[in-house]
Design a protein around this ligand. Structure first.
Ligand SMILES: [Zn+2]
Ligand SMILES: [Zn+2]
Length: 418
């Protein structure tokens, strides 16, 4: 075949039959799988220790949830396990122009320049905002600014994700994992939020659209928080399908966006899907709920969309061990790797604040990318019935009525390869 072919177990999910189907096909270790004409051997890993210089100037990392040891310890773990040796390594900073594909020019100048470069810039061009950023110590309680390291770290994070995405889209790599910080999915067109400055995944998607012959990109965001910035960036764009699975609690959980009724606008209507959990932590969501959501909502819609490339906002804060205020759910590390195996997929680290959970989940995902591990999650059942929660049995119909409106993107005929 000329393009990648998405193989997926045939799921017998219809509007009238919305219960999670028992798998009628032999369980696939990797539900999301592409085949290409060429066998690509290498997975890519993107990382740069300079990202660890981004830290609060108070010097006490224990006061902060987003701290340098997050990426440092993941990288150590991947080294210990030998994964780093098996992958091609990438690192680079995003260019100012790349950053501007998602963020405003002023915003990029404010947060993307280190002081030396800023001093050289024409003050008139900056419109007086230069002074503001120098004085800025904290964007908010979560999001500290460290002059000059934050701009470098944020540009490296965006550049690393972009580099992997371009290489996977151009088939230089089979897939990739970006061990990056600060995270990006809360950053909007002109505002930092929730630890995030540049929206790395959104920038990567825009760059792939601009530079590669790729027509459809799926952004899957399984961070426990809704990716408001990513949703915003592609809200009217039918060529990028954004699917988020997140804790919502009727808008009471940060950042408050991500209601299931937010379905996209204009041509993008139907290409924004929010699987929004409610019911707080009584009891917390776990593997069964996540797998049910993936099986009944995420995968059927993604399958129908048939993306050329999948970018994952891979936050690990839904994983067991994260503090209640930053997640509180009980998803296992292994479960996170359930959907990432063998495909044109790039994972980018977003949240995840407990080191053990972070390292275990990152290791599981990288193992899946390397094709080292076979998982069988089919024994799990959905336990969300009767809860004040996303009721998959009821809501699947509304997801599908949205899905049925997607006529503007031609769906490439899929080869019958099963
Ligand atoms: Zn501090
Ligand atoms: Zn998060």
């Amino acid at each position: 075949p000329s393009g990648p072919v998405l193989l997926w177990p045939r799921l017998n999910v219809f509007r009238t039959q919305s219960s999670p189907p028992a798998p009628s096909v032999s369980p696939s270790a990797h539900p999301l799988r592409f085949t290409t004409g060429t066998v690509l051997v290498f997975a890519g890993l993107a990382y740069d220790p300079q990202m660890e210089r981004h830290q609060c100037s108070c010097g006490d990392n224990s006061l902060h949830h987003e701290y340098p040891e997050r990426t440092q310890s993941i990288w150590s773990r991947l080294n210990e396990r030998g994964s780093v040796r098996e992958c091609l390594l990438c690192t680079r900073k995003a260019s100012m122009k790349e950053l501007q594909s998602v963020h405003s020019e002023n915003y990029v100048l404010m947060y993307g320049c280190n002081p030396l470069h800023q001093a050289k810039l024409d003050n008139r061009r900056l419109g007086g905002k230069f002074q503001h950023v120098v004085l800025l110590f904290k964007v908010d309680n979560d999001t500290f600014w460290n002059e000059p390291h934050t701009s470098t770290a944020s540009r490296l994070a965006a550049g690393c994700v972009t580099d992997l995405a371009l290489k996977v889209a151009q088939r230089e790599l089979k897939n990739g994992f970006a061990v990056v910080r600060p995270p990006g999915h809360h950053a909007t067109h002109a505002s930092p939020l929730g630890f995030c400055y540049f929206n790395s995944v959104a920038i990567a998607a825009k760059q792939v659209q601009q530079k590669c012959n790729v027509s459809k990109i799926l952004i899957l965001d399984w961070d426990v928080h809704h990716g408001n910035g990513t949703q915003e960036a592609f809200y009217s764009d039918p060529s990028v399908l954004y699917i988020s699975v997140h804790r919502y609690d009727h808008g009471l959980f940060f950042p408050g966006s991500g209601d299931p009724t937010e379905v996209g606008a204009g041509a993008g209507e139907g290409f924004n899907v929010n699987v929004a959990w409610t019911g707080g932590l009584d009891p917390p969501m776990g593997d069964a709920e996540y797998l049910a959501a993936f099986r009944t909502v995420v995968m059927p819609i993604a399958h129908e969309f048939s993306p050329d490339l999948v970018l994952v906002s891979a936050g690990f804060d839904a994983v067991e061990g994260n503090p209640d205020e930053l997640g509180g759910y009980k998803v296992t590390a292994k479960c996170t790797s359930h959907v990432v195996g063998g495909g044109r997929v790039v994972l980018a680290l977003e949240g995840g604040h407990q080191l053990r959970a972070l390292c275990d989940a990152a290791e599981a995902c990288v193992s899946a990318l390397l094709g080292m591990e076979v998982l069988d999650m089919t024994m799990l059942t959905c336990e969300c019935e009767g809860r004040d929660s996303l009721c998959l049995r009821g809501d699947i119909e509304s997801f599908y009525s949205v899905s049925a409106g997607r006529a503007s993107v031609p769906v490439r005929p899929r080869a019958e390869t099963m």
